[in-house]
Ligand binder design. Structure first.
Ligand code: FAD
Ligand code: NAD
Length: 469
């Protein structure tokens, strides 16, 4: 076994680990990066990139079916499912060089393609190496949770790791779980010509604002997706055949399990390093330090929200702390999330219900409906709304459902990260006609009662007008 030393040891070359390694090495730190599987991690190989590429193929198919209102003869597309998967693979291959071993070696990072395992509080073994580092960053991500449902282990099933290599179009895809993975893949597969049934134990898109989620669900159902809610799966049989708690049975040709994620700590041997782990993942403080003060944990493994942009944000915090020695704490209130169904569903900060519980009567909710946006009307995408939850002039949360919701929510991260007020958003000017006017219009809606339903202001204006030459 060869002994190595470095300033920063990063375990896991996914969204979080790669960002730490690139930042730290380019600032002059001596960095070793471990990856036991594929460079790029979940997002590139099994998550965001393949799912959004498949959604893009499905969007094309749906546009062909829905062309009539634009004066173009609609056609039922001839979907080549295997070719759509080739498109997914091509997109991954196009992005892969950015996350490649060669690129990171060009930054001066020593990349070791092996699983890392703590052997003491300061040492990690990987392949033939024993590595001692000043600081360790655990960025090992998460993997699909496979629940102990009786019978599941005896039937073939898909997860987000195996779905992309399936080349035969499922005639009837059963999906267990109506979260973001389940709903994105349900709509994409329905649009690609599969019959789809989603079986959800509680409420589909249950973490989201119910009114916004209802709009997404109505669209999916209108497109033919069967969504069965309040249906806890209790057993799985051959076929596959799913039985839910009330006795109903669902038969399909393929099964996708999308019931959440579990933090990847199996290889790590965290006990050897005194790293505390809970059911959610590695326990971290606001600085992203684990119970071993020389070890940080970031991204999916750190037990909070699970998004690529969050892993990237965590990486920035750790680079400031572990490389530059600056105090840096992770915040959560300005981290957005978006589900890329059509319509898209985006959230930042508190939902209306959460904001009401937290702020009571101090809360004002401003709303703007997408059907008042001229650009969206030209596109015939007028379904949707934005709601801004505001306390003393500052947004504490924003919900957006509709076309480009994921793009629109980014502005609110700027606003909330910097403690800006609604007046800052209303002061902005968006080009006409753009979808981005929606953000300004919801700020306008916040001020409308203050400006147009204000008797004092009306009296003042009458006075000014009387005296104005
Ligand atoms: C289907 C799907 C769609 C998604 N879509 C989106 C989306 O649209 N937007 C979004 O923001 N997020 C999305 N996500 C979530 C996103 O993929 C994750 O939040 C993100 O990849 C987390 O990054 P990470 O660096 O924490 O972990 P990962 O990207 O999972 O990287 C962890 C890496 O560590 C490696 N590893 C694990 N253990 C060890 C070890 N002991 N030694 C060495 N290497 C190890 C793994 O092999 C892996 O490569 C999606 C997820 C899925 C499953
Ligand atoms: N657009 C995005 O950003 C995006 C897309 C996909 C995934 N992700 C990330 O991946 C994570 C995991 O997504 P997910 O959809 O797998 O998980 P999830 O936890 O969000 O949803 C899983 C759903 O499965 C249901 N469920 C659990 N056990 C069940 C059972 N036995 N029978 C029926 N239903 C059951 C739950 O009630 C829940 O609604 C997300 O939280 C998100 O962080 C993000």
């Amino acid at each position: 076994m060869q002994a190595l030393t470095c300033d920063i040891l990063v375990i896991g070359a996914g969204s979080g680990g790669l960002s730490v390694a690139a930042g730290a090495a380019q600032m002059g730190a001596d960095v070793i990066l471990l990856e036991g599987h594929e460079m790029g991690g979940d997002c590139l190989n099994y998550g965001c990139v393949p799912s959004k590429a498949l959604i893009a193929a499905a969007t094309r198919a749906q546009a062909m079916r829905g062309a009539a209102p634009y004066g173009i003869a609609p056609v039922e597309p001839q979907v080549d499912y295997a070719a759509a998967k080739d498109h997914v693979a091509e997109v991954i291959a196009q992005i892969a060089p950015v996350d490649s071993q060669e690129r990171f070696e060009s930054f001066g990072v020593r990349v070791i393609r092996a699983w890392g395992r703590f052997v003491s509080e300061t040492e990690v073994e990987a392949g033939d190496y024993r590595i001692t580092a000043r600081r360790v960053v655990v960025a090992t991500g998460s993997s699909p949770l496979v629940p102990p449902i009786p019978g599941l282990d005896a039937v073939p099933y898909l997860t987000n790791e195996t779905l992309w290599s399936l080349k035969v179009r499922p005639s009837h895809l059963l999906i267990i779980g109506g979260g973001p993975i389940g709903m994105e893949m349900a709509q994409a597969h329905a649009r690609l010509g599969c019959r789809v049934t989603v079986i959800e134990g509680a409420r589909a898109l249950g973490r989201d604002d119910p009114e916004a989620a209802a709009l997404v669900l109505a669209r999916l159902k209108a497109e033919g997706v069967e969504v069965v809610e309040g249906a806890q799966v209790v057993s799985v049989g051959a076929g596959p055949r799913i039985t839910v708690a009330d006795g109903r049975v669902f038969d399909g040709s393929h099964l996708l399990v999308a019931v959440g994620r579990r933090a990847s700590v199996d290889w790590l041997n965290p006990d050897a390093a005194g790293i505390a782990v809970t059911k959610a993942g590695i326990k971290v403080d606001a600085r992203l330090k684990t119970s071993n003060r020389r070890v940080y944990a970031i991204g999916d493994v750190a037990g909070g929200m699970q998004f690529t942009h969050l892993a990237g944000y965590h990486a920035g915090i750790v680079v400031r702390s572990a490389v530059l020695g600056l105090p840096a704490k992770a915040r959560t209130e300005h981290i957005p999330r978006a589900t890329y169904t059509h319509p898209e569903l985006a959230q930042i900060g508190l939902t209306e219900a959460e904001a009401r519980a937290a702020h009571g009567a101090r809360l004002a909710v401003a709303r703007f409906d997408f059907h008042h946006n001229d650009r969206l009307l030209t596109e015939r995408h007028g379904a949707g709304f934005i709601k801004a939850m505001v306390v003393r002039g500052r947004p504490v949360g924003v919900t957006i459902v509709g076309a480009q919701a994921g793009e629109l929510v980014a502005l609110w991260s700027l606003v909330m990260a910097n403690g800006l007020k609604m007046s800052a958003v209303s002061a902005m000017v968006s080009p006409y006609p753009t979808v981005s006017e929606i953000n300004k219009r919801v700020a306008g809606a916040y001020f409308t009662p203050k400006l147009f339903e204000n008797d004092t202001l009306k009296a003042v204006v009458r006075l000014i007008q009387r005296w104005m030459p």
